[in-house]
Write a protein that binds this ligand. Structure first.
Ligand SMILES: O=C[C@H](O)[C@H](O)[C@H](O)COP(=O)(O)O
Length: 241
């Protein structure tokens, strides 16, 4: 009989494989989401057994979880350079490009990842895609002028030949979702994003766009858990290319 792993078991397996690379004294970025939560949980057990690390959480959710597990925490102001960030992703491709932000934490996640020598992504195999874009791209925007910013985004993406729907994320009917940083999120379902670098640059150029969920040149290795075990793409030892 073939054992089938649940998505949750695969997420935990990826988290465990990444945890094997965590060493005493490391300064860690702690990601957000259900996969990252497995990592934080497993890290908490290692800390209880005597591992000493300091973590910088990428969201209030992760901060609460890590605090509850007794993981020593810091901020980027106190600890501005990190050894390793471990985080999940909504999608990734073979070039280690990611879409993140399904859980709304993309801005802090990107700042923390950029402050890290290495970023390990942990994911189950369903997140692997040939071309990014099946998952709607989260774009974080300032609340001021949100409707104008949205129209500006629509014009820009149309100019890039991307057609799709842009939906403001809600936390309840008629209640906009607000990020930890106090911003709105637009979920942009464009379909296949053939040129993520160009889209990234164009979005960054729009006033009112705080950040977006394309993570390019940040992930150094991806731990992909599938039925056959955990496969790693990228380089677990090196920094960003
Ligand atoms: O904002 C949330 C993050 O980018 C998550 O890492 C991402 O949404 C993946 O989450 P999950 O591990 O729950 O699929």
């Amino acid at each position: 009989m073939t054992a089938t792993l649940s998505a949750d078991a695969m997420k935990r397996a990826a988290a465990q494989a990444a945890l094997d690379h965590v060493a005493h004294g490391m300064r860690l970025g702690l990601g957000t989401g259900s996969t990252a939560a497995h990592f934080v949980d497993l890290l908490g057990a290692r800390v209880r057994d005597g591992l000493e690390v300091v973590g910088v959480p990428t969201s209030e959710r992760t901060r609460l979880q890590a605090e509850g597990l007794g993981i020593k925490l810091s901020t980027l102001d106190e600890t501005p350079e990190l050894d390793l960030t471990i985080d999940g992703a909504d999608e990734f491709d073979a070039s280690l490009r990611l879409i993140k932000g399904g859980g709304g934490a993309l801005l802090r996640e990107k700042i923390v990842a950029a402050a890290s020598m290495r970023m390990f992504v942990i994911a189950d195999a369903t997140k692997e895609v040939g071309t990014l874009g099946a998952f709607p791209l989260p774009v974080e925007i300032d609340r001021f002028g949100a409707r104008s910013t949205r129209l500006h985004i629509e014009r820009v993406v149309r100019g890039l030949g991307l057609i799709g729907t842009i939906t403001q994320r809600l936390s309840a009917p008629d209640t906009p979702y607000v990020t930890d940083g106090g911003h709105f999120i637009l979920d942009c379902a464009f379909g296949a994003i053939d040129a993520p670098e160009a889209l990234s640059e164009r979005l960054y150029a729009i006033p009112g766009v705080v950040d977006h969920g394309l993570f390019i040149g940040l992930a150094t290795a991806i731990f992909i858990a599938g039925a056959g075990g955990v496969r790693i793409i990228g380089d677990v030892t090196g920094g960003p290319a």
